[in-house]
Design a protein around this ligand. Structure first.
Ligand code: SAM
Length: 330
């Protein structure tokens, strides 16, 4: 029998997002600054897999049953498939998913499938090879598209494509990307750009949900899809007769903090109860100081109680969340 993690505002937290590395093989404009280099953690400061597994096991005994592995780019970390395998062995976890940019996905697809991961999110912000390079810093579009096709052929389901909608960058393509859902059974998730950290790119990139939707409605009127058990914060729609669906994640214009069920473990071993707040608990030091499970459980509870009522992006003018996506994991 596992416990339950309930915060001060009566939200039940059952979902842990684990950033396994702060390193990435891309440098996307929404994540990395073109001006300031974000200092990478020295290897010894990154949680070891066995340390992450210990935290996950403790989390599951307290009510976590859902995990997403993210980064940085999780597939750049050596031994990731074996780590996924270990996660899959934790029987109290009912859902393990992976977020990747897809660059290394084809190479590791078989191993990821063997580990039992079927739910995958792949970041793809454009269908144009040149634009892909200008957004991500790498000529990787064809490679990612091949990986998406391979994942589909191998039976991964659902395949979610994460698209960060950005003004004057990919807003001219949002309808074309949404149109993929007519023929392909993918779930295409349009994400409002969040101005994160002083290092991150400009707030001028922000495009609100209403404008994202307006661009997509040029294809027709999408029909709302009923919510399901694995649903995250996305509001879901489908075009009539389409194989796939589209969804919108609107952290700025329609925050979903009242329903937020997430905790995040950073690559450096900090537990955060809100992506957009810098309040965090240092689990790595506790583990490396030899603290027992009870001590770690108390630290998890402390983090849960720190979870803010809501974030302030979009409330305080020009506010930028003091966070680094590459370390925390998006
Ligand atoms: N490397 C992996 C990838 O590219 O999918 C996982 C890490 S990445 C930080 C996870 C997700 O965060 C991506 O899907 C990206 O869309 C989202 N993300 C990163 N920075 C963002 C921002 N400033 N606003 C909105 N979404 C962002």
């Amino acid at each position: 029998m596992t416990g339950m993690l309930i915060d001060k505002y009566n939200r039940r937290l059952n979902y842990l997002r684990v950033s396994v590395t702060d390193r990435c093989n891309l440098s996307c404009v929404y994540c990395v600054s073109p001006i300031h280099a974000i200092k990478k953690l020295p290897p010894e400061e990154v949680l070891r897999y066995e340390e992450i597994l210990r935290i996950v096991r403790i989390g599951t005994s307290m009510g976590i049953n859902k995990i997403r592995v993210t980064g940085g780019e999780p597939l750049v970390r050596k031994g990731l498939p074996e780590f996924l395998n270990e996660l899959a062995g934790i029987k109290t976890l009912s859902d393990i998913s992976l977020t990747t940019n897809g660059i290394l996905l084809e190479r590791y697809l078989e191993d990821i499938l063997k580990a039992g991961v079927r739910r995958i999110n792949i970041s793809l912000d454009t269908l144009n090879r040149r634009k892909y390079e200008s957004i991500s810093g790498r000529d990787g579009f064809s490679r990612v598209w091949r990986a998406i096709e391979a994942a589909h052929e191998a039976g991964m389901n659902p395949i979610k494509l994460n698209v960060v909608a950005m003004k004057n960058i990919n807003d001219d393509e949002l309808a074309d990307i949404a149109a993929l859902s007519f023929k392909l059974p993918f779930h295409i998730r349009f994400i409002e750009y969040m101005p994160i950290s002083s290092h991150s790119s400009a707030p001028e990139l922000f495009l609100p949900y209403s404008e994202i939707m307006n661009r997509i409605k040029t294809l027709g009127e999408p029909v709302p899809v009923a919510a399901e058990i694995h649903d995250g914060p996305a509001v879901r729609y489908k075009f009539k007769g389409a194989a796939g669906e589209i969804g919108f994640i609107r952290p700025v214009s329609h925050h979903f903090c009242d329903r937020c069920n997430r905790l995040r473990l950073t690559a450096g071993g900090y537990l955060r109860s809100c992506l957009l707040s810098n309040d965090q608990i240092d689990l790595k030091t506790l583990i490396r100081n030899g603290e027992n499970d009870d001590k770690l459980k108390s630290a998890v509870l402390e983090s849960v109680q720190m979870k803010p009522h809501r974030h302030t992006l979009g409330v305080i003018p020009d506010y930028r969340a003091p966070a680094e996506m590459s370390c925390i994991g998006g």
